[in-house]
Design a protein around this ligand. Structure first.
Ligand code: FEO
Ligand code: CA
Ligand code: CA
Ligand code: CA
Length: 590
């Protein structure tokens, strides 16, 4: 049985030590890590990055966004298995407001904030697409490229599925409820088997405000509270009224979706696929059933939120092409309920069933999907410890889910531990694995794969990014918060990192450590597994441990924590894609 390799064969590299505030990317002996694509680098033949962040909003529209997150590789030509030419597509999740403007200010008062700043902030969000090619032994970004593209918080998109055109989706600018401007807080992603990109809208609630002192109707109040609305990190509403809920109460219903677009067609219009439900989507992973119907798994990353699965109504015929996107418009969304005995069920979120009725506040199926969290509450799904990425093993079909942490588990007024969330005050997080007989199954078995801080081999905390490669290696990326990293109970884990796990033996080896203050999130390989790209997000986000040591970050000194990757004295830290290869040209991980 080729599946039962011994683990020294699956993981061949020598693990590296944890990094204690090193401002570099470190990989094992015999491997090379090169900075490939940084915030502000042009996607095509547009303007170069200015180290003092003086690029305009218009420049930013032609450059890599900030805060690189998940990425995917699409071979060129389309339909090939090319290992040396393709499209690299990635999310730009959010912003470091200390770094994006020249003055380092994230003050939103009228004296310092203006429409140009808002436009630049909106253009630094979204997705970027670059063309990459292996030429003369070196990977390059092709400039100019006719494929290169940015999606931002202002790109026109359509809405499809049950919520398209619903009353709750209509705004003054869009009385039909079918045309939305933009996508933001694009966390992780997915790829359909027909060759399109899926970007996931995660913490969309941090962009909208409303006057919480004003009385409003109980239904609206209940819905907004359930989606944790009320606080924004940004000030967009000052110059873009659609982010003011008092002026445009439905705009927020148009975010929190999975968005599909065809990377091979630069003119293609992105589509918000509402059948997959509205919540803080981390990523989306799929599995193909025996009869051709598909399952799409997605976690809602917030404390005590749920894991979901969407099963298509129709089968996929196995061919490529964006026309298959309509498979994402018809089907059933389920939420997971875990039992103490290791069994579990997928509970359907269907209007009229299981309490999803008018008496409980639902008007129709679109309402159930727009308020999927409230629907999952009613059917009795299991409240999880912040579900982050989900990945499907390409050979065994096992599903791995990272639960990153939940410090409130078991504290007063909150749910206590259960079998699937087995630790109160879950500081370090865990990974669970489930096994289903088919993608379309509505029952499954599950077990804890590893508890953070208690694994076999190198230790980690706060698992987030997950990816099983074609050899069956489970890559684990971590996101320890800068408020606790490199200190106290998190000291021994060091800087955020990426590890490789053997799903059969449970052995875990540390493969990569990131620079100071970063999170490691996003990993993809070429089909031959000889090229890997990994994203480094928010380097230089100030670890509190450095403040304890007297190192203070200020607008005048934004690089106190890190100035990776450029290491220029007047520079600033930049999220970036790192290219990883093996010096002998071999397969990554061996
Ligand atoms: Fe954007 Fe849950 O990480
Ligand atoms: Ca994440
Ligand atoms: Ca995270
Ligand atoms: Ca992040």
């Amino acid at each position: 049985n080729t599946m039962l390799r011994n683990h020294t064969e699956l993981l061949g590299f020598k693990p590296i030590p944890a990094a204690d505030l090193l401002d570099e990317v470190v990989v094992p002996e015999g491997y090379r890590a090169e900075v490939f694509y940084r915030w502000g680098d042009p996607i095509s033949d547009g303007p170069a990055f200015n180290m003092d962040a003086s690029n305009s909003a218009a420049d930013q529209l032609q450059q890599a966004g900030m805060h690189h997150d998940a990425l995917q590789y699409f071979p060129l030509p389309k339909g090939s298995n090319s290992n040396d030419h393709g499209l690299l597509v990635m999310n730009h999740e959010y912003l470091d407001l200390d770094l994006i403007h020249t003055d380092g200010s994230h003050d939103h008062s009228p004296e310092t904030y203006n429409a140009d700043k808002v436009a630049k902030e909106q253009n630094a969000h979204g997705v970027s697409l670059i063309e990459v090619k292996h030429v003369d032994g070196q990977w390059q970004i092709i400039r100019p490229s006719s494929y290169a593209r940015r999606l931002t918080a202002n790109t026109e998109m359509t809405v499809s599925g049950p919520a398209a055109g619903h009353e709750l989706m209509k705004t003054q600018a869009d009385p039909q409820g079918k045309k939305v401007l933009g996508t933001f807080n694009n966390c992780a992603n997915g790829k359909t088997p027909w060759g399109t990109y899926l970007t996931c809208e995660e913490n969309f609630h941090y962009y909208f405000v409303y006057d919480q002192k004003q009385p409003r109707d109980a239904d609206t109040e209940r819905r907004w509270k359930r989606y944790r609305l009320g606080f924004s990190y940004y000030g967009w509403q000052q110059f873009d009224p659609r982010f003011d809920l008092d002026k445009e109460p439905n705009e927020v219903n148009r975010f929190g979706w999975v968005v599909e677009f065809d990377p091979y067609d630069p003119q293609s219009m992105p589509v918000k696929r509402t059948a997959l439900g509205r919540f803080a989507h981390e990523n989306v992973a799929h599995k193909i059933g025996k009869d051709g119907r598909l399952a799409f798994y997605s976690g809602d990353d917030s404390r005590f939120e749920y894991i979901y699965k969407f099963i298509t109504r129709d089968a996929w015929d196995g061919t490529l092409g964006a026309r298959h996107g309509r498979l994402l418009d018809d089907g059933i969304l389920y939420a997971a309920r875990f039992e103490e005995d290791g069994s579990a069920r997928w509970l359907p979120l269907v209007f009229g069933e299981n309490g999803l009725i008018a008496e409980n506040g639902f008007v129709d199926q679109a309402d159930v999907l727009i308020h999927a969290r409230a629907a999952a509450d009613i059917v009795g799904a299991t409240k999880m410890d912040r579900p982050e990425w989900i990945t499907v093993h390409p050979h065994t079909d096992d599903v791995f889910v990272s639960l990153t942490n939940n410090s409130e588990r078991g504290s007063e007024g909150y749910p206590g531990k259960d079998a699937a969330n087995p630790r109160n005050q879950n500081l370090f997080g865990h990974i669970i694995k489930f096994s289903e007989t088919d993608a379309t199954a509505t029952e499954f078995n599950w077990q804890v794969f590893v508890l953070g801080g208690e694994g076999e081999g190198e230790q980690f905390a706060n698992p987030d990014g997950l990816y099983v490669d074609d050899r069956g290696v489970l890559w684990i990326q971590t996101d320890v918060s800068s408020s606790v990293m490199n200190d106290g109970p998190f000291k021994d884990f060091g800087n955020n990192q990426m590890l490789a796990a053997d799903p059969e033996t449970g052995e875990i080896r540390r493969f990569l450590t990131g620079p100071i203050g970063c999170e490691v999130t996003g990993v993809i390989m070429t089909p031959d597994m000889k090229t890997m790209w990994v994203n480094i997000q928010h380097p230089g986000e100030m670890p509190e441990v450095l403040e304890k040591r007297g190192i203070v970050k200020s607008p005048q000194n934004p690089t106190a924590a890190s100035n990776w990757p450029d290491h220029q004295p007047n520079g600033r830290p930049r999220s970036a894609t790192v290219l990883i290869t093996k010096e002998d040209g071999g397969v990554i991980g061996t």
